[in-house]
Design a protein around this ligand. Structure first.
Ligand code: SF4
Length: 214
């Protein structure tokens, strides 16, 4: 029960405070758009990824349309994101493969997704969860940090956090966990100086690794 209450409170509070993980929903209206966003967002700020995606989607927002742009045009549209040259290559390769091997539709299986250039385990987990309703869990820096602070897991690596959370959380909460923790991590349980005094789940939190007084 505690898990449900914590994730529910985190979800509501993150949404109320305008966490970016919820705000970007307005442009992520198809699995392909969500996939492009996730690939572009690697080592980039969500706000910047959002701007770049808006610019790109105004011109092309399907695998066929992005593949047809070619490298130069695509690079000009995404140049303001870090590692834009490598990401352009990934987007092109991914889009071509979706057109050629998957009939233009983003595959809804881990195997299919991970066969696409530039799509690793975390991206596949995000897309399977968000777009296909699967009980997968993408563990990013927020989920890893917060799960450890709460004392739900005691792990050094994100993959171990994922395994442990999959063990302890029921399926419906696995689906909710990423967005709840990412939203809370963007607004309250910040990487540095978490706002513990105004935290809605403090009574459930062991605050592992944090000073007693904050
Ligand atoms: S009490 Fe502090 S460390 Fe624990 S979840 Fe809340 S903000 Fe994060």
């Amino acid at each position: 029960m505690e898990y449900a209450e914590v994730l529910d409170n985190m979800w509501k509070e993150g949404k109320k405070k305008g966490a970016f993980v919820f705000r970007k929903d307005d442009i992520l209206t198809t699995p392909y758009r969500a996939l492009v966003f996730t690939v572009l967002s690697a080592r980039a700020k969500d706000e910047n990824t959002y701007k770049v995606c808006k610019r790109l989607f105004a011109v092309a927002d399907t695998p066929g349309a992005v593949a047809a742009l070619g490298g130069k045009k695509l690079q000009n549209l995404v140049y303001s994101i870090g590692f834009y040259k490598a990401k352009t290559k990934k987007l092109l390769g991914m889009s071509r493969m979706i057109v050629e091997d998957f009939g233009g539709e983003v595959p809804g299986t881990r195997e299919g997704l991970m066969s696409l250039p530039g799509v690793g385990r975390k991206t596949a987990n995000i897309i399977l969860n968000r777009e296909f309703g699967k009980a997968t869990l993408a563990v990013d820096v927020h989920v890893h940090r917060i799960a450890n602070r709460l004392g739900w897991v005691k792990t050094k690596k994100p993959l171990d956090t994922e395994k442990k959370l999959l063990e302890i959380l029921p399926e419906n909460l696995v689906r909710k966990c990423n967005r709840a923790m990412v939203g809370y991590g963007q607004t309250v349980c910040l990487p540095r100086n978490p706002k513990c005094k105004e935290c809605k789940v403090r009574e459930f939190c062991k605050r592992v690794g944090l000073p007693k007084t904050s």
